[in-house]
Design a protein around this ligand. Structure first.
Ligand code: MF3
Ligand code: CO
Ligand code: CO
Length: 255
Protein backbone atom coordinates (compact mmCIF):
# COMPACT_ATOMS: atom_id res chain seq x y z
CA UNK A 1 0.00 0.00 0.00
CA UNK A 2 2.92 2.37 0.72
CA UNK A 3 4.35 1.82 -2.76
CA UNK A 4 1.00 2.09 -4.54
CA UNK A 5 0.25 5.26 -2.60
CA UNK A 6 3.56 6.86 -3.41
CA UNK A 7 3.13 6.04 -7.11
CA UNK A 8 -0.30 7.74 -7.15
CA UNK A 9 1.29 10.87 -5.64
CA UNK A 10 4.17 10.73 -8.09
CA UNK A 11 1.76 10.37 -11.02
CA UNK A 12 0.09 13.63 -9.95
CA UNK A 13 3.57 15.22 -9.64
CA UNK A 14 4.35 14.06 -13.18
CA UNK A 15 1.12 15.54 -14.58
CA UNK A 16 1.44 18.89 -12.80
CA UNK A 17 3.62 20.82 -15.31
CA UNK A 18 1.36 19.74 -18.18
CA UNK A 19 -1.77 21.30 -16.65
CA UNK A 20 -1.68 24.59 -18.56
CA UNK A 21 -4.10 26.49 -20.81
CA UNK A 22 -4.63 24.67 -24.12
CA UNK A 23 -4.04 21.07 -23.06
CA UNK A 24 -7.06 18.76 -23.17
CA UNK A 25 -7.96 16.33 -20.42
CA UNK A 26 -7.69 13.54 -23.01
CA UNK A 27 -4.04 14.49 -23.49
CA UNK A 28 -3.54 14.40 -19.71
CA UNK A 29 -5.27 11.00 -19.66
CA UNK A 30 -2.89 9.60 -22.28
CA UNK A 31 0.16 11.02 -20.47
CA UNK A 32 -1.05 9.52 -17.20
CA UNK A 33 -1.68 6.04 -18.58
CA UNK A 34 1.67 5.98 -20.42
CA UNK A 35 3.52 6.98 -17.22
CA UNK A 36 1.62 4.52 -15.03
CA UNK A 37 2.13 1.54 -17.31
CA UNK A 38 5.45 2.46 -18.95
CA UNK A 39 7.41 4.09 -16.11
CA UNK A 40 5.76 2.91 -12.90
CA UNK A 41 5.03 -0.67 -14.00
CA UNK A 42 1.55 -0.22 -12.59
CA UNK A 43 -2.05 -0.33 -13.82
CA UNK A 44 -4.55 2.56 -14.17
CA UNK A 45 -7.39 1.38 -11.93
CA UNK A 46 -10.17 3.57 -13.42
CA UNK A 47 -9.78 2.15 -16.96
CA UNK A 48 -12.72 -0.23 -17.53
CA UNK A 49 -13.67 -0.04 -13.84
CA UNK A 50 -17.31 -1.17 -13.68
CA UNK A 51 -18.92 -1.10 -10.25
CA UNK A 52 -22.52 -2.40 -10.06
CA UNK A 53 -24.96 -0.15 -11.92
CA UNK A 54 -22.27 1.55 -14.00
CA UNK A 55 -20.97 1.08 -17.51
CA UNK A 56 -17.18 0.50 -17.63
CA UNK A 57 -15.27 3.74 -17.02
CA UNK A 58 -13.61 4.56 -20.35
CA UNK A 59 -10.44 6.42 -19.29
CA UNK A 60 -7.38 6.09 -17.05
CA UNK A 61 -8.02 9.17 -14.88
CA UNK A 62 -10.92 11.34 -13.78
CA UNK A 63 -10.75 15.04 -14.72
CA UNK A 64 -13.48 17.23 -13.21
CA UNK A 65 -13.55 20.85 -14.33
CA UNK A 66 -15.21 23.82 -12.57
CA UNK A 67 -18.82 22.80 -11.70
CA UNK A 68 -17.98 19.13 -12.26
CA UNK A 69 -17.81 17.49 -8.83
CA UNK A 70 -16.14 14.16 -9.58
CA UNK A 71 -15.75 11.32 -12.10
CA UNK A 72 -15.40 13.74 -15.03
CA UNK A 73 -14.52 11.78 -18.17
CA UNK A 74 -11.57 13.30 -20.08
CA UNK A 75 -12.43 14.98 -23.39
CA UNK A 76 -10.69 16.76 -26.28
CA UNK A 77 -11.80 20.20 -25.06
CA UNK A 78 -8.78 22.34 -24.14
CA UNK A 79 -8.43 23.69 -20.61
CA UNK A 80 -8.57 27.46 -20.47
CA UNK A 81 -7.13 30.13 -18.20
CA UNK A 82 -9.33 30.47 -15.12
CA UNK A 83 -10.46 26.83 -15.01
CA UNK A 84 -10.01 24.75 -11.88
CA UNK A 85 -9.63 21.03 -12.49
CA UNK A 86 -9.45 18.02 -10.22
CA UNK A 87 -7.27 15.17 -11.45
CA UNK A 88 -8.10 11.95 -9.62
CA UNK A 89 -5.69 9.06 -10.19
CA UNK A 90 -5.69 5.51 -8.88
CA UNK A 91 -2.85 3.09 -9.60
CA UNK A 92 -2.66 -0.65 -8.92
CA UNK A 93 0.84 -1.87 -8.01
CA UNK A 94 1.45 -5.52 -7.11
CA UNK A 95 -2.31 -5.85 -6.59
CA UNK A 96 -2.61 -2.91 -4.18
CA UNK A 97 -4.45 0.37 -4.86
CA UNK A 98 -3.27 3.96 -4.27
CA UNK A 99 -5.91 6.68 -4.77
CA UNK A 100 -5.27 10.44 -4.70
CA UNK A 101 -6.53 13.64 -6.25
CA UNK A 102 -5.52 17.28 -6.32
CA UNK A 103 -6.93 20.56 -7.61
CA UNK A 104 -5.07 22.41 -10.36
CA UNK A 105 -5.57 26.05 -11.22
CA UNK A 106 -5.20 26.72 -14.95
CA UNK A 107 -3.34 30.00 -15.36
CA UNK A 108 -4.79 32.79 -13.26
CA UNK A 109 -8.10 31.92 -11.58
CA UNK A 110 -10.68 33.98 -9.68
CA UNK A 111 -10.23 34.76 -5.99
CA UNK A 112 -13.32 32.66 -5.23
CA UNK A 113 -11.99 29.66 -7.17
CA UNK A 114 -8.59 29.84 -5.47
CA UNK A 115 -10.22 30.13 -2.05
CA UNK A 116 -12.39 27.08 -2.76
CA UNK A 117 -9.36 25.01 -3.81
CA UNK A 118 -7.33 26.00 -0.74
CA UNK A 119 -10.17 25.55 1.76
CA UNK A 120 -11.01 22.13 0.32
CA UNK A 121 -7.38 21.06 0.80
CA UNK A 122 -7.57 22.27 4.37
CA UNK A 123 -10.89 20.47 4.90
CA UNK A 124 -9.31 17.17 3.81
CA UNK A 125 -6.55 17.67 6.38
CA UNK A 126 -9.07 18.45 9.13
CA UNK A 127 -10.39 14.94 8.48
CA UNK A 128 -6.97 13.29 8.20
CA UNK A 129 -5.75 14.55 11.59
CA UNK A 130 -8.72 12.84 13.28
CA UNK A 131 -7.44 9.42 12.15
CA UNK A 132 -6.10 7.02 14.80
CA UNK A 133 -7.00 3.58 16.13
CA UNK A 134 -10.22 3.93 18.10
CA UNK A 135 -11.38 7.12 16.37
CA UNK A 136 -14.93 7.08 15.04
CA UNK A 137 -15.72 7.58 11.37
CA UNK A 138 -18.17 10.26 12.55
CA UNK A 139 -15.22 12.20 14.03
CA UNK A 140 -13.70 12.52 10.54
CA UNK A 141 -16.95 13.55 8.88
CA UNK A 142 -17.78 16.04 11.57
CA UNK A 143 -14.38 17.75 11.41
CA UNK A 144 -14.68 18.18 7.64
CA UNK A 145 -18.29 19.38 7.76
CA UNK A 146 -17.71 21.82 10.61
CA UNK A 147 -14.71 23.43 8.95
CA UNK A 148 -16.30 23.56 5.50
CA UNK A 149 -19.72 24.89 6.48
CA UNK A 150 -17.99 27.32 8.86
CA UNK A 151 -16.42 28.84 5.76
CA UNK A 152 -19.73 28.96 3.87
CA UNK A 153 -19.01 25.94 1.65
CA UNK A 154 -21.37 22.99 1.24
CA UNK A 155 -20.38 19.32 1.56
CA UNK A 156 -21.45 16.86 -1.15
CA UNK A 157 -23.25 13.92 0.53
CA UNK A 158 -23.71 11.44 -2.32
CA UNK A 159 -20.02 10.45 -2.61
CA UNK A 160 -17.60 9.55 0.13
CA UNK A 161 -14.19 8.20 0.99
CA UNK A 162 -13.74 4.45 1.28
CA UNK A 163 -11.68 1.57 2.46
CA UNK A 164 -9.05 0.65 -0.13
CA UNK A 165 -6.55 -2.19 -0.54
CA UNK A 166 -6.71 -5.20 -2.84
CA UNK A 167 -9.94 -3.58 -4.09
CA UNK A 168 -10.50 -0.02 -5.33
CA UNK A 169 -13.54 0.53 -3.10
CA UNK A 170 -14.00 -1.43 0.12
CA UNK A 171 -15.78 -1.00 3.43
CA UNK A 172 -16.08 1.27 5.29
CA UNK A 173 -17.68 4.32 3.72
CA UNK A 174 -15.95 7.46 4.93
CA UNK A 175 -18.59 10.20 4.98
CA UNK A 176 -17.46 13.83 4.86
CA UNK A 177 -20.18 14.95 7.28
CA UNK A 178 -21.51 13.56 10.53
CA UNK A 179 -21.46 13.61 14.32
CA UNK A 180 -18.51 12.88 16.62
CA UNK A 181 -18.53 9.50 18.34
CA UNK A 182 -20.84 7.87 15.77
CA UNK A 183 -20.41 5.08 13.20
CA UNK A 184 -17.59 2.51 13.17
CA UNK A 185 -14.28 2.84 14.98
CA UNK A 186 -11.02 2.71 13.05
CA UNK A 187 -8.51 -0.06 13.68
CA UNK A 188 -4.75 0.08 13.23
CA UNK A 189 -3.79 -1.31 9.83
CA UNK A 190 -6.91 -0.16 8.00
CA UNK A 191 -6.36 1.91 4.86
CA UNK A 192 -9.00 4.45 3.87
CA UNK A 193 -9.38 7.46 1.61
CA UNK A 194 -10.50 10.90 2.69
CA UNK A 195 -11.73 12.89 -0.30
CA UNK A 196 -14.14 15.74 0.47
CA UNK A 197 -16.03 17.45 -2.36
CA UNK A 198 -17.02 21.03 -1.47
CA UNK A 199 -19.25 23.41 -3.44
CA UNK A 200 -19.43 27.19 -3.38
CA UNK A 201 -23.20 26.99 -3.84
CA UNK A 202 -25.70 24.36 -2.76
CA UNK A 203 -24.65 20.79 -2.00
CA UNK A 204 -27.01 19.17 -4.51
CA UNK A 205 -25.48 17.25 -7.40
CA UNK A 206 -26.69 15.35 -10.46
CA UNK A 207 -25.28 12.83 -12.90
CA UNK A 208 -24.76 13.77 -16.54
CA UNK A 209 -25.99 11.68 -19.46
CA UNK A 210 -22.60 9.99 -19.84
CA UNK A 211 -23.42 7.89 -16.76
CA UNK A 212 -20.34 9.05 -14.84
CA UNK A 213 -19.76 12.81 -14.64
CA UNK A 214 -21.24 14.39 -11.51
CA UNK A 215 -21.99 18.15 -11.55
CA UNK A 216 -23.45 20.66 -9.12
CA UNK A 217 -27.17 21.20 -9.77
CA UNK A 218 -26.73 24.97 -9.44
CA UNK A 219 -23.59 24.90 -11.63
CA UNK A 220 -21.53 26.43 -8.81
CA UNK A 221 -17.82 25.63 -8.59
CA UNK A 222 -16.79 22.42 -6.83
CA UNK A 223 -13.41 21.21 -5.58
CA UNK A 224 -11.99 17.95 -4.20
CA UNK A 225 -8.73 16.64 -2.75
CA UNK A 226 -7.96 13.04 -1.84
CA UNK A 227 -5.35 11.08 0.06
CA UNK A 228 -5.06 7.41 0.94
CA UNK A 229 -4.36 7.12 4.67
CA UNK A 230 -3.11 4.26 6.90
CA UNK A 231 -4.60 4.07 10.40
CA UNK A 232 -1.91 3.57 13.05
CA UNK A 233 -2.13 2.96 16.80
CA UNK A 234 -1.16 6.55 17.57
CA UNK A 235 -2.38 8.38 14.48
CA UNK A 236 -2.06 8.13 10.73
CA UNK A 237 0.35 7.79 7.85
CA UNK A 238 -0.60 9.52 4.58
CA UNK A 239 0.40 7.01 1.91
CA UNK A 240 -0.13 9.21 -1.18
CA UNK A 241 2.30 11.97 -0.22
CA UNK A 242 5.07 12.64 -2.74
CA UNK A 243 7.67 15.32 -3.46
CA UNK A 244 5.10 17.52 -5.19
CA UNK A 245 2.30 17.27 -2.62
CA UNK A 246 1.32 20.67 -1.31
CA UNK A 247 2.42 21.26 2.26
CA UNK A 248 -0.02 20.18 4.94
CA UNK A 249 -1.61 23.03 6.88
CA UNK A 250 0.17 24.11 10.09
CA UNK A 251 -2.34 22.33 12.36
CA UNK A 252 -1.34 19.01 10.79
CA UNK A 253 2.42 19.42 11.14
CA UNK A 254 4.32 17.65 13.94
CA UNK A 255 4.66 19.87 17.02
N1 MF3 B 1 -10.94 7.74 -7.86
C1 MF3 B 1 -12.33 7.82 -7.49
C2 MF3 B 1 -12.37 7.73 -5.99
O1 MF3 B 1 -11.69 8.49 -5.38
C3 MF3 B 1 -13.17 6.78 -8.13
C4 MF3 B 1 -13.23 6.89 -9.59
S1 MF3 B 1 -14.14 5.59 -10.23
C5 MF3 B 1 -13.92 5.82 -11.88
O2 MF3 B 1 -12.96 6.89 -5.37
F1 MF3 B 1 -14.35 4.75 -12.44
F2 MF3 B 1 -14.57 6.90 -12.25
F3 MF3 B 1 -12.63 5.99 -12.14
CO1 CO C 1 -11.20 7.38 -3.64
CO1 CO D 1 -9.84 8.96 -6.27
Amino acid sequence: MRLAGRLAGELLDYLTPFVTPGISTNELDRLADAYTTGVQGAISAPLNYAPPGHQPYPKAICASINHQVCHGIPTDKPLKRGDIVNLDVTVIKDGWHGDSSRMFMVGEVSVAARRLCMLTHEAMWHGIVKVHAGAFLGDIGHAIQRFSEGHGLSVVREFCGHGIGRNFHEEPQVLHYGRPGTLDQLQAGMTITIEPMLNIGRRDVKEMGDGWTIVTKDRSLSAQWEHTVLVTQTGYEVLTLSAGSPQAPAFALPA
